[in-house]
Design a protein around this ligand. Structure first.
Ligand code: AMP
Ligand code: GLY
Length: 423
């Protein structure tokens, strides 16, 4: 089979790496890919958001399955366009992708179908939002409705912070039309976990649980990032909690969408807060998590391509249960100096081969570029070093040994990936 992966980050590298292990895969392309993905796939000069060119390529090259990494093209309707052209693609259609592309849509759906989530109120007017804040006080969470590259959420400790966030989103339009509506919601407390499932709208296959580390610095200080590391499984998600999350959050959401006439096919990612009143939904993503995918897929023994083909064809029920490596997996993200703010590119990376040669280690590239025989940094998150171990502690210790082999100017990473689980 000929496969096209859309995207260019660590998640897409993990997807291409896993798909390459499938007996069904003959040739993999990635648009646009990165320096590391070129080890598994032929990288193309087509951006992930350029749906017309992706479509033209898939048609001409007789692609059997397209797998979409990022949310942007899904929200823009890439799945609808491919299906109209008779091409098979893994991911939800535009209507279903609203679950991530519009937090207002997601919240209203959750309210209607009794999916546990933080109490909330929706505002279309900055003045009204501020009046409400004056009444309610802090802490609270302010969220822009639309896609804002992970920056549209402000967890405000004071009313002043919350007001600032409202001004930034609704008046200054820092995220454009994404801030036309905002949600002000209750601040939840607890540990976070990421639950990813693959579904064809009828059947649901859960992937192993994971936990992300969103803040840039150790002990969860500093600004939010795309994710600085992850591990799988997340031991806080006991078998009982997992079942509860599937029943109250995942199934209710997929069935609720179906009841609205919206079929959901693809990966559904639920960001969950484990509160003392039970698991509550923080957000939905309509795609694989980054860097959760890098920590989950090395543990998956089953053929991911087979699963994605079945889901995209609406035939998931034919698959047997997934097989997992019982070991734990950790992923440590190596970032450029300055990330998540401004950063420089083009720094030479050393030690990649030494790290990759270590047993039970995979080096996933997120923002790299090949230049002759050298690899250069080419993004904020540069690499995701991933290691397996008998326990999370072993996986983490092993991964940091691999991290020590690698260097580039200004390299920054968190030293505490997995510490919460280890404690
Ligand atoms: P989201 O994009 O909605 O997942 O928000 C990003 C991050 O903000 C989450 O991973 C949480 O750490 C935090 N967050 C979002 N909503 C809430 C909430 N209601 N209470 C506390 N923290 C939240
Ligand atoms: N790791 C969080 C996300 O993929 O959105």
């Amino acid at each position: 089979m000929r496969i096209l992966v859309v995207g260019s980050g660590g998640r897409e590298h993990a997807l291409a790496w896993k798909i390459a292990q499938s007996k069904l895969a003959d040739k993999i392309f990635c648009a646009p890919g990165n320096g590391g993905i070129a080890q598994q796939a032929e990288c193309l000069g087509i951006e992930a958001g350029d749906i017309p060119r992706l479509l033209e390529f898939a048609r001409k090259e007789k692609i059997d399955l397209t797998v979409v990494g990022p949310e942007g093209p899904l929200a823009a309707g890439i799945v609808d366009e491919f299906q109209k052209a008779g091409l098979r693609i893994f991911g939800p259609r535009k209507k279903a992708a609203q679950l991530e592309a519009s937090k207002v849509f997601a919240k209203e759906l959750m309210a209607k179908y009794k999916v546990p989530t933080a109490d909330f109120k929706i505002f279309e007017d900055a003045g009204e939002a501020k009046k409400y804040l004056a009444l309610k006080g802090a802490p609270c969470v302010v969220k822009a409705d639309g896609l804002a590259a992970g920056k549209g959420v402000a967890v405000a400790k004071t009313a002043a912070e919350a007001e600032q966030a409202v001004s930034l989103m609704m008046e200054e339009k820092a995220f454009g039309a994404a801030g036309n509506k905002v949600i002000i919601e209750e601040c939840l407390e607890g540990q976070e976990a990421s639950i990813l499932v693959i579904t064809d709208s009828r059947e649901v296959i859960a992937l192993a649980s994971a936990q992300d580390h969103k803040r840039i610095f150790d002990n969860d200080f500093g600004p939010n990032t795309g994710g600085m590391g992850a591990y799988s499984p997340a031991p806080v998600v006991t078998a009982e909690l997992f079942k509860e999350i599937l029943q109250k959050i995942v199934y209710r959401t997929i069935d609720g969408l179906a009841n609205e006439g919206i079929e959901y096919r693809g990966v559904l990612y639920a960001g969950v807060m484990l509160t003392k009143d039970g698991p509550k939904t923080l957000e939905f993503n309509v795609r694989f998590g980054d860097p959760e995918t890098q920590a989950i897929l090395p543990r998956l023994n089953s053929d991911l391509l087979e699963i994605m083909l079945a889901a995209s064809a609406g035939k998931l029920s034919r698959l047997r249960a997934l097989e997992w490596d019982t070991r734990a997996c950790a992923c440590v993200v190596l970032a450029s100096a300055g990330y998540p703010g401004e950063y420089e590119k083009g720094k030479e990376i050393s030690g990649l081969e030494e790290a990759a040669q270590m047993k039970d280690t995979v080096v996933f590239h997120a923002g790299t570029k090949k230049s002759g025989e050298k690899f250069l940094t080419n993004g904020g998150r540069v690499l995701g070093i991933t290691g397996l171990g008998a326990t999370i502690k072993d996986a983490v210790t092993h991964t940091y040994k691999a991290v020590e082999k690698i260097n580039f100017e200004g390299m920054h990473y968190r030293q505490d990936i997995g510490m919460r689980a280890i404690k």
